[in-house]
Design a protein. Structure first.
Length: 149
């Protein structure tokens, strides 16, 4: 299996001044397996409409349970008229940030997943991914389009 997420991360970070190590990104075997299963799920079974961005803290200690829980969380994301809405959860002891966005460029992909070191904030990476996909910058904080749940 190729590591699609690593390729996408390299594309997103190219020219940004960030490196995978700055963002604490992880691409070990467990991460590749977990995100491969999620990519398959999103491409075949998840609700359509936009791109699902996922940032999961690592290490992933219970990969099969994590995949099952993430599938439920992805399915629970609203799909109509709510692009940019995010969720923050704890899944199998790992922090999760998810966003569903509407890409405006030809770089559409239904799923982008990143695993990162637990001590680092995943928001800069998710923001870079949105920018790469052509999503406009968020509204000012008082009108923020992101909401936790």
């Amino acid at each position: 299996m190729t590591n699609i997420e690593r390729h996408i991360a390299d594309e997103i970070l190219r020219g940004s001044g960030w490196s995978p190590s700055n963002l604490g990104l992880r691409f070990d075997r467990v991460v590749v397996r977990v995100f491969g299963a999620l990519r398959s799920f999103v491409e075949t079974a998840a609700p359509t409409g936009g791109t699902i961005l996922v940032a999961l803290s690592a290490p992933i200690r219970s990969p099969a349970k994590t995949v099952d829980d993430l599938k439920q969380a992805i399915t629970a994301l609203p799909t109509s008229g709510t692009a940019g809405v995010g969720r923050s959860l704890i899944i199998q002891g790992n922090r999760l940030r998810m966003r569903r966005i509407e890409p405006l460029s030809e770089r559409f992909t239904p799923f982008i997943g990143f695993a990162h070191n637990a001590e680092l904030d995943p928001d800069p990476l998710l923001d870079l991914a949105e920018h790469w996909l052509g999503v406009p910058a968020p509204a000012p904080a008082s009108q923020s389009r992101r909401q936790g749940s």
